[in-house]
Unconditional design. Structure first.
Ligand SMILES: Cc1cc2nc3c(=O)[nH]c(=O)nc-3n(C[C@H](O)[C@H](O)[C@H](O)COP(=O)(O)OP(=O)(O)OC[C@H]3O[C@@H](n4cnc5c(N)ncnc54)[C@H](O)[C@@H]3O)c2cc1C
Length: 389
């Protein structure tokens, strides 16, 4: 495991840090700023800011320059993620496109798709949604029933997607659709790139327990998609989806550690302010969470080293997902333990608890999306440890 960055990477860090410090308004870093904004306003601010960051050359860090990227190393990508968290930069509004769709298009898209998709995504001119989950298909994605029927040069799509992140702000959606009538399981599915701004697409918000609606449902009623907007081969969507999902195996653990560690310090501050830091049970929990976070940091360095050596972690990526998501959830469960019966209050002894509650509620979701913990344990048991099914 290599715990150091090169001189060129450190130079990149200072260049990026200077830009971030000069371009993040101070009020954006105040506790509760983003939570207090209306959702549309928050999305607009982040969309515009991220576009400026891309124009300044701090996006697509690891992407080849021919696609508008910076042609950097995995270490530079990790530094970019880490510095963004450290400087409290707003989170990306185009995560699903940037993480999943762009590298898949670079790998297997047509020249026209590469041209039309990658640049506009980098500049946030087009926000992408992911249309995989349906009411009857989540962990078991092959159970999906959304249908596409060929009609001349188009596919006509009918069906429903659910839990679609950014449904209310999305311009386009990469969706898994059954395009072969009568096909079952993973056969006969295509990945369609569907324009959401058309009469056949209806996005409706779903309200989460935090009050936010950062995801929603998407209904297709005779939505039209040109057959040229299939990513990969028609009927081979399963293979396209497996390739696309493999791009999650990145090196973002360092940034997660940096963010969770800052949140840990916030929780310790609250415990001190409320005089709960002397409770031996709370202290024990805080110590355990801190140990888990340090294990996450070391694991993230291990992953980054492997990626830099050009090794694909394959199914080991399931262990990474388990480690970070469960450490994050334990961290926020500890916050609830610090508050005890006061966990229902918005403010206590002058401390505004609302932004912290928002994080605590969000933490419930991370062991569900991107493959639930149970599913990750199955993959680890069967594919990494070779245990019987
Ligand atoms: C915040 C958030 C954002 C999301 N964004 C998107 C998005 O943008 N696009 C998208 O397509 N989807 C999105 N999802 C959906 C997410 O991918 C699914 O929720 C997830 O795949 C689980 O599917 P499900 O909810 O249908 O639960 P189910 O698959 O029905 O699972 C229910 C329970 O059964 C367990 N389970 C299921 N199968 C097994 C098994 N074989 N062995 C053991 N246990 C099992 C699960 O772990 C879970 O506890 C999002 C979800 C959340 C929470």
């Amino acid at each position: 495991m290599d715990l150091t960055y090169t001189a060129a990477e450190e130079e990149f860090r200072s260049e990026l840090r200077s830009w971030l410090q000069a371009n993040i308004p101070e009020e954006w870093t105040r506790s509760g700023f983003w939570e207090a904004l209306p959702e549309d306003e928050s999305f607009r601010l982040r969309r515009d800011w991220e576009r400026e960051k891309a124009l300044a050359g701090f996006a697509g860090i690891q992407w080849p320059t021919e696609f508008g990227g910076r042609g950097g190393t995995p270490g530079m990508k990790a530094i970019c993620d880490e510095e963004s968290v450290r400087c409290q930069a707003p989170s990306t509004v185009n995560a699903l496109g940037l993480t999943f769709l762009a590298p898949t298009v670079m790998a297997i898209g047509t020249d026209a798709q590469r041209k039309e998709i990658i640049g506009p995504m980098l500049r946030n001119e087009v926000i992408w949604c992911q249309g995989f989950s349906e009411p009857g298909a989540g962990s078991d994605l092959a159970a999906l029933s959304c249908k596409g029927v060929r009609d001349g040069d188009d596919f006509v799509v009918n069906g429903q997607k659910v839990w679609t992140t950014n449904a209310m702000h999305g311009d386009k959606i990469f969706a898994m659709v059954r395009t072969e009538a009568g096909s079952e399981k993973h056969r006969g599915i295509s990945m369609l790139l569907i324009d959401m701004d058309q009469p056949g697409v209806d996005a409706r918000p779903l309200k989460q327990m935090s009050g936010a609606s950062e995801f929603g449902e998407v209904f297709f009623t005779d939505a039209r998609v040109p057959a040229t907007d299939v990513l990969g081969d028609i009927g081979d969507g399963w293979r396209t989806a497996m390739l696309l999902l493999s791009y999650e195996r990145g090196a973002s653990g360092i940034a997660q550690y940096t963010e969770f560690r800052r949140q840990y310090d916030e929780i310790v501050d609250v415990a001190r302010t409320l005089g709960r830091d002397q409770d031996p049970v709370v202290r024990g929990k805080l110590a355990r969470v801190l140990t888990d976070l340090e294990c996450l940091r070391l694991h993230a360095m291990y992953v980054l080293t492997q990626v830099e050596l050009g090794r694909d972690l394959g199914f080991e990526a399931s262990m990474t997902k388990l480690i970070w998501s469960e450490a994050f959830q334990d961290l926020w469960e500890t916050f609830d333990d610090v508050l005890g019966a006061d966990a229902t209050l918005d403010a206590l002894d002058g401390v505004d608890l609302t932004p912290l509650h928002a994080q605590s509620m969000w933490s419930r979701s991370v062991t569900i999306w991107g493959g639930s913990s149970q599913v990750q344990r199955n993959i680890t048991a069967e594919r990494v440890l070779g245990l019987p099914r």
